[in-house]
Design a protein around this ligand. Sequence first.
Ligand code: GLN
Ligand code: ZN
Length: 761
Amino acid sequence: MASHIVGYPRMGPKRELKFALESFWDGKSSAEDLQKVAADLRSSIWKQMADAGIKYIPSNTFSYYDQVLDTTAMLGAVPPRYGWNGGEIGFSTYFSMARGNAFVPAMEMTKWLDTNYHFIVPELGPDVNFSYSSHKAVDEYKEAKALGVDTVPVIIGPVSYLLLSKPAKGVEKTFSLLSLLDKIIPVYKEVISDLKAAGASWIQFDEPTLVLDLDSHKLQAFTDAYAALESTLSGLNVLVETYFADVPAEAYKTLTGLKGVTAYGFDFVRGAKTVNLIKGGFPKGKHLFAGVVDGRNIWANDLAASLSTLGDLEGIVGKDKLVVSTSCSLLHTAVDLANEPKLDKEIKSWLAFAAQKIVEVNALAKALAGQKDEEFFSANAAAQASRKSSPRVTNEAVQKAAADLKGSEHRRATNVSARLDAQQKKLNLPVLPTTTIGSFPQTIELRRVRREYKAKKISEEEYVKAIKEEINKVVKLQEELDIDVLVHGEPERNDMVEYFGEQLSGFAFSANGWVQSYGSRCVKPPIIYGDVSRPKPMTVFWSSTAQSMTARPMKGMLTGPVTILNWSFVRNDQPRSETCYQIALAIKDEVEDLEKAGINVIQIDEAALREGLPLRKSEQAFYLEWAVHSFRITNCGVQDTTQIHTHMCYSNFNDIIHSIINMDADVITIENSRSDEKLLSVFREGVKYGAGIGPGVYDIHSPRIPSTEEIADRINKMLAVLETNILWVNPDCGLKTRKYSEVKPALSNMVAAAKQLRTQL
Ligand code: GLN
Ligand code: ZN
């Protein structure tokens, strides 16, 4: 019985690659230094897997930036503006595409399916001359082989590569990406031949797009692509790997009928129907790579349950054809629990990071082969049992409160227009009211204060004093700028999710549980292990302190339940919706306490609502239903005169506009400056709905300072679509990554633009 790992994190257990990359980019170390760190990481990962007993060990899952960009380099599909003249693609061209250079901005980045990993989107047009321009796959194969490890080279499959690309500028509307299949296949053939010549006996093509709702034309592309590769693939074992959901029935037929393919990999964790697919029929003589160990979460596997699933599968495909695997690449989980000495012992026994998951995969494979490590299995069973019965996981009162939510809509009693009237009587705002999204620049000094307080180097008193001073500065600045609805600036927050997680029960935090987000950037999601409740108010002190400093309305600032959920590692022992409802109840208490403390405007950020949307259309309505319901729960209990804002970051809202309206917020601020056209439909719906809308009037991701005229022009364009009385004027998002030297003039111009337009109405 064999074991396999789909892919492995590259950053290293202590983010070694991140630091090596950033030092290289800063010119502080050489290319050789960077290559050395990378080679050491690769070799230690390969050795780790070999020592654990993994049979099919992946190579080419390392990347200096991103595996899709690596494929772009392999194909030589460098957009002309980067001035590449052919030959093997080196760091300079590669990192220019990834990060931009002094003359050309970076290529676009987008989320890898429904993960928080971002890839560099290939830009392809009819004129691209594909050529084999990065030998990374074969180089890494040889490198591992020299270390005594025979690996399975992993390459993004040709069809998924094209389906995840975008048409180059100028041909956006007319160009069919799949028409390039004939042009990239020859390069794939060269790569395959090269790998064969180097001694590879297996090859893995990642084709995650097979889990999407693809039409027959797209499915046909898979059939065509692998038929074209068949002769080159002959003599090799070929695995086509899918992940993040089950494969739809039609796609399953296509996949299992592909020429030249000898093995299929499926996600048995997210793929709720995968077992049934296999039971419905699996081609004779082919390998099944069964991804039973979760690559996207940090929970220890329920080994007994997995063993029983694997036993069923063995009955269908045969003993020698079943391979135990991970549900997807381990890229999406944390690296190694060994670096968590401070984590509570009991909670730790419930967890498995990438390094531990390798051991789990192997233990399952051995157990199936009749060599069950009884000690390992019984320790696992004990941990599973302790997790099920632990009093720190279950809070009866919370469970009951969440169960009691069922059957009610949780909608505010009055409609939004009536509420806005009541609010206006109290707030007395001018037309085109101005506001900001929450955070103000996070200075080095501020970070130092928070760090020293956390490390107990300064007293609570000193900390509170420092933060109060900062709030006062931010309040005074906003008054000087003459902004209408103020914020406190969020100086006490390191991160909009962690800040709340740290104060809620049911959350734990790792020291090194980093997951790559893009390039050298990593996030460290909180771990939700138990029922969530709020022991005491979380923001009331800071918000009421801020309100006491000004006569203008001060916005209370909260992160919404859906965003807290989507940016955490979520427990897998109850549906995500249950956990979300529990968080919603905790935030509801906070909203009501803010209201009692005299805060009349409360913003509940749902930056990540869109990104939690399931990949498959059939699952989207259910998600939107509970996500939007959770949001409404947080604020359905406030008075008409309390104004509820929500904020969402850049995303494609067109397909979920009805859900956004269904959130029933009084005011919605959205990132807009990069996508006027797309949001037009959102605005139009907004007109009908009557809520306040604040499409960002300038881009906060850029240091550029927009002029008054430019902002006025932008507001004018919005006024052409929207009614005057519902439009708000605000930047795209929070200002925390900007400098005061940028923020002051930009906001000053923003207020000037609003004032100028008010006189013309
Ligand atoms: N209130 C948060 C801030 O201003 C919102 C951040 C976000 O939307 N990502 O920083
Ligand atoms: Zn935002």
